[in-house]
Design a protein around this ligand. Structure first.
Ligand SMILES: *Cc1c(COP(=O)(O)O)cnc(C)c1O
Length: 490
């Protein structure tokens, strides 16, 4: 059954088109203290007399404009967001409440250490929690997201190997890795050797062992990989890489598949990153702030970004005296507000709670898989953890593609799934429900997917012309990416 579409179609002009000279979005009483002309304070050459094309609107016009635009948006507080490799889980409002406590939200990063003990304690305690969850030895909370964290992790490996004699030349990356992995390795100065997946969708250990040499700096492994499949040979893999003096980087962005069950430090991993904005429920999407802590073993700790948050004699302090560090990678302490939310989430869930969340994330993905496997092609028949990948093979016969199916989901009131990724599946449809949804919500999503597969068979035009209910329908995505216009000109 079609759910009511959540997208209102309103015609809202640009704010520039609403503008009329002389309108203003505030009204305040006149100053009753003596007014010093601004020219007496600032040199007039710094004063702007006119802003070209600046919109002039009233307060109510301003508020309504942005409120109307917001109704065109789909968001996690509105409904399910089944994007794969994204972990769009619900962010409990308790996190927001805590992050807004004035003594936390308004503290200034340049305040003296002795007056920032509470804020530093938050950072320190979060580091301790992440060490415990991963069985690793040291953490930096500075990186602003997963991709930046990967680059830092590889630079740390580079610094470590350089110190041991040679940075080496290559990084091994399975073809099922997240796309940011090869980009990070190349940015850090390495050439990438791609390792194929086996029939089960896991890294081909035999090929990996052949490619591993003393020219290889590290293996970069997304685990679970972008098929949602756990690399069960991880200990053997680590042994092969370590024997040749290489290191293992684990992309742990999707840690909610493992949290409470498996700890990377016990699998032979040397360094990994976590995405607080995925696993630990801090908001993400829409370009908001992220946080990608880098977590490593003792032998890589000297290279972590500075300053490091440390505890000494009951006091917390920032230590930048680390001569081997790769340096500072973010202003101040990283995205502090994300750290507050993540610590609140971890403490409010507790150890057992976090474990249960992983269970629910894995159960939900497997439930979707079982319910949909008769309706959509399942390229790999291997057990999965937190996400499932189908393809459009069955629907393609009627000319309906992954893109069309994703667009049709909008009409059923859901955000589209991830499309055309992972790359090892042709025309992939990747779904990650996360642990946030009730069985009823999962069933509604499954019903929508089944209904679309029926439409693709009986009435393909309906799917091909979707979405029927969205404000904007089929955008030219290639043109949008290649010739983006980021600025409105009057
Ligand atoms: C999301 C994700 C990344 C990238 O993280 P960002 O914070 O978006 O830079 C890297 N690897 C995996 C496996 C991911 O899911």
């Amino acid at each position: 059954m079609t759910r009511t579409s959540v997208t209102s179609i309103l015609n809202e002009p640009l704010i520039f088109e609403r503008s009329a000279p002389g309108k203003s979005a505030y009204s305040l009483p006149r100053l009753d203290v003596e007014d010093v002309p601004v020219e007496e304070i600032l040199d007039s050459k710094y004063l702007r007399t006119e802003v070209r094309g600046f919109p002039e609107v009233s307060e109510v016009e301003l508020i309504r404009h942005f409120t109307r635009l917001s109704t065109w948006n789909y968001h996690i507080d509105l409904g399910m967001y089944p994007l794969g490799s994204c972990t769009m889980k619900y962010n409990p409002k308790l996190n927001e409440r805590v992050a807004r406590i004035p003594s936390i939200a308004l503290t200034h990063p340049l305040q003296e250490e002795q007056h920032s003990q509470g804020s530093l304690e938050i950072l320190f305690r979060l580091q301790e929690c992440l060490k415990e969850l991963t069985a690793m030895d040291a953490v930096s909370l500075q990186p602003a997201g997963g991709a930046q964290a990967e680059l830092i992790g590889i630079l740390m490996i580079r610094a470590h190997l350089t110190q041991k004699g040679s940075p080496r030349k290559f990084v091994l990356i399975p073809d099922s890795a997240h796309g940011t992995n090869p980009a990070s390795a190349v940015l850090a100065g390495y050439d990438v050797i791609s390792i194929p997946s086996d029939k089960k969708g896991r890294i081909d250990v035999k090929v990996m062992a052949e490619k591993m040499s003393e020219e290889v700096a590290c293996l970069m492994l997304t685990n679970p990989n972008t098929m949602g499949i756990f690399e069960t040979h991880i200990e053997e893999i680590a042994q092969i890489v370590h024997q040749k003096g290489g290191l293992i980087y684990m992309d742990g962005a999707n840690f909610n598949a493992l949290m409470g069950y498996a700890r990377p430090g016990e699998m032979g991993i040397d360094v990994l990153h976590l995405n607080l904005h995925k696993t630990f429920s801090t908001p993400h999407g829409g370009g908001g702030p992220g946080s990608g802590p880098v977590v490593c073993k003792e032998h890589l700790a000297p290279y972590l970004p500075v300053p490091r948050v440390e505890q000494e004699g009951g006091l917390y302090r920032l230590n930048s005296d680390k001569p081997e560090s790769v340096g500072r990678v973010h202003s101040f302490h990283g995205n502090f507000g994300m750290a507050v939310r993540a610590l609140c989430y971890i403490l409010s869930c507790g150890r057992e709670g976090l474990k249960e969340l992983s269970e629910m994330a894995v159960l939900s993905a497997n439930y979707i898989r079982r319910q949909l496997e008769d309706h959509y092609d399942l390229p790999y028949d291997t057990d999965i953890l937190h996400e499932v990948v189908f393809s459009d093979k069955k629907q393609h016969k009627n000319g309906v593609t992954t893109q069309d199916i994703a667009k049709r989901l909008i009409d059923y009131g859901f955000h589209p799934t991830t499309t055309y990724f992972t790359l090892i599946v042709q025309c992939a449809l990747m779904m990650e429900p996360t642990e946030s949804h009730s069985k009823e919500e999962l069933d509604a999503f499954i019903d929508a997917m089944i209904a679309i597969s029926r439409e693709a068979r009986d009435d393909p035009e309906k799917v091909l012309s979707a979405p029927a209910t969205a404000k904007l329908t089929r955008l030219d995505e290639v043109r949008a990416a290649r010739s983006a216009i980021l600025r409105w000109e009057p």
